[in-house]
Ligand binder design. Structure first.
Ligand SMILES: Cc1cc2nc3c(=O)[nH]c(=O)nc-3n(C[C@H](O)[C@H](O)[C@H](O)COP(=O)(O)O)c2cc1C
Length: 331
C-alpha cells in the first residue's frame, strides 16, 4: 500500500491512536519495536485555537517516526479544515479524521462515531477537509452506528470517491462502544468489494500475533491496527512484524526484558514530560507491563505508589535481576 511517499509491499502495522496512551514516548517505543505507522492521540478541532501549545506537544513526533499521522476530530467543516491546515504545518505524513470515537461527550455532539448517523454530512465534511490540505487524508471509523445501521461498505466507496487515501475500520458499532467482539466480517466485506481500491486497515481485538495471523488469513486487509493489545506489550509489534515479513516469531518477553523496556519507557516519559508528570503518567502502564507475572506483588505496589524516581528505577532494576518465576509466558 502507499501512504504519502511511503510504500509497503506487505500488510502494514499501525499503532492505533489512543487518547492519553499513545503519546510521543509510547509511539516511539512501538515504532522501535516494529510498528510501521503511528498516529497522534486525537485532537479536538475546536480546542486548537485555545490550546495551541498543549496540542503541539501531542503532535510532536520523533523525526524517524514515520509515516506519522495527526488525528483530528470535530463536527463541522470549518473548524476541521482549520485544524487540518494547522496539523499540516507540522509536516506529518497524513491527516487522519476520526469518525469512530463513541464517547458520549464526543459522539453526543455528532463528532466521532456520532456522525455515522449522518453519512451525507460525514462525506461532505470529509471532502472539505480533503480539499483544504495537500497532505493525504485518511479516515478512521467503525462499521456503523448501531445494529440496525452498518453502512460501512457503501460509506467506504463514497470516501474513496472523494479522495480519502486509506480507511481504518474498527469492527464495532458506535452503540457497542467497546463491548462484545469486533466483527471482522464487515471489514472483510469492504476489502473484498471489487470497487474498493484504497488500502483498508482492520482494527479490533488483536491482542496476540496469533490473532493477527488468523485475521490476515481470513480477511486480506492491507494493514492491521493494534490498540489495547500494545499497552504494556509493545513486543506485539516485534512479533507481528516477523509474521508479516515471514520470519520466525520471537518469543514473548521474560520478566527481565519487560522491566528493561519498562525502564526505557519510564526514562523517555520523564525526558518528554518532566519528572513529576512523567513519573505519575507511567502508572497507567505498569499493570499491563507486568500482567500475569508471578511473585512480584511488592514491586508492583512500589511502582504504583512511589513518588521517588530513584526508588522506581531501583525497583525496575531489581525486577531485571529477579529470576523469572513464570513457567509459562503470558500472552
Ligand atoms: C484508552 C483508549 C483511547 C482511545 N483513543 C482513541 C483516539 O484518540 N482516536 C481514535 O481514533 N481511537 C481511539 N481509541 C480507539 C482505538 O484506536 C481502537 O480503535 C480500539 O481500541 C479498538 O482497537 P483494539 O481492540 O486493538 O484496542 C481509543 C481506545 C482506547 C482503549
Amino acid at each position: 500500500m502507499h501512504l504519502g511517499s511511503h510504500t509497503f509491499n506487505r500488510p502494514v502495522l499501525y499503532l492505533a491512536p489512543m487518547d492519553d496512551v499513545t503519546d510521543a514516548p509510547f509511539r516511539a517505543l512501538c515504532h522501535r519495536m516494529g510498528a510501521d505507522v503511528t498516529v497522534s492521540e486525537f485532537i479536538a478541532s475546536d480546542a486548537l485555537i485555545r490550546e495551541v501549545e498543549a496540542i503541539q506537544r501531542k503532535w510532536q513526533s520523533a523525526e524517524d517516526e514515520r509515516p506519522f499521522g495527526i488525528q483530528i476530530f470535530g463536527n463541522n467543516a470549518e473548524s476541521l479544515c482549520q485544524a487540518a491546515r494547522m496539523a499540516e504545518s507540522l509536516h506529518p505524513d497524513f491527516i487522519d479524521l476520526n469518525w469512530g470515537c463513541p464517547a458520549k461527550k464526543i459522539a453526543g455532539k455528532n463528532a466521532g462515531s456520532g456522525m455515522l448517523q449522518y453519512p451525507d454530512m460525514l462525506v461532505s465534511i470529509t471532502q472539505e477537509v480533503v480539499r483544504s490540505v495537500s497532505l493525504p487524508v485518511t479516515v478512521k471509523t467503525r462499521i456503523g452506528y448501531n445494529e440496525a445501521s452498518k453502512p460501512i461498505v457503501e460509506l467506504a466507496k463514497r470516501l474513496q470517491d472523494i479522495g480519502v487515501q486509506a480507511l481504518s475500520i474498527h469492527g464495532r458499532t458506535k452503540a457497542q462502544m467497546y463491548k462484545g467482539e469486533a466483527d471482522w466480517s464487515l471489514i472483510g466485506a469492504v476489502k473484498n468489494d471489487p470497487d474498493i481500491r484504497i488500502p483498508i486497515i482492520g482494527n479490533g481485538d488483536i491482542t496476540t500475533w496469533e490473532i493477527a495471523r488468523d485475521r490476515l488469513a481470513a480477511y486480506p486487509v492491507d494493514g492491521l491496527m493494534i490498540g489495547r493489545g500494545a499497552i504494556g506489550n509493545p513486543w506485539i509489534f516485534q512479533q507481528c512484524r516477523a509474521l508479516v515479513e515471514g520470519r520466525d516469531i520471537p518469543p514473548a518477553p521474560d520478566l527481565a526484558e519487560r522491566a528493561r523496556v519498562c525502564e526505557q519507557h519510564f526514562l523517555a516519559n520523564i525526558a518528554f514530560k518532566g519528572e513529576h508528570t512523567g513519573m505519575l503518567e507511567m502508572r497507567k502502564h505498569y499493570k499491563a507491563y507486568f500482567k500475569g507475572q508471578l511473585n512480584i506483588k511488592q514491586q508492583k505496589l512500589k511502582l504504583l505508589t512511589s513518588n521517588d524516581i530513584q526508588e522506581i528505577l531501583q525497583t525496575l532494576h531489581a525486577l531485571q535481576e529477579m529470576e523469572d518465576q513464570n513457567n509459562e509466558q503470558p500472552c
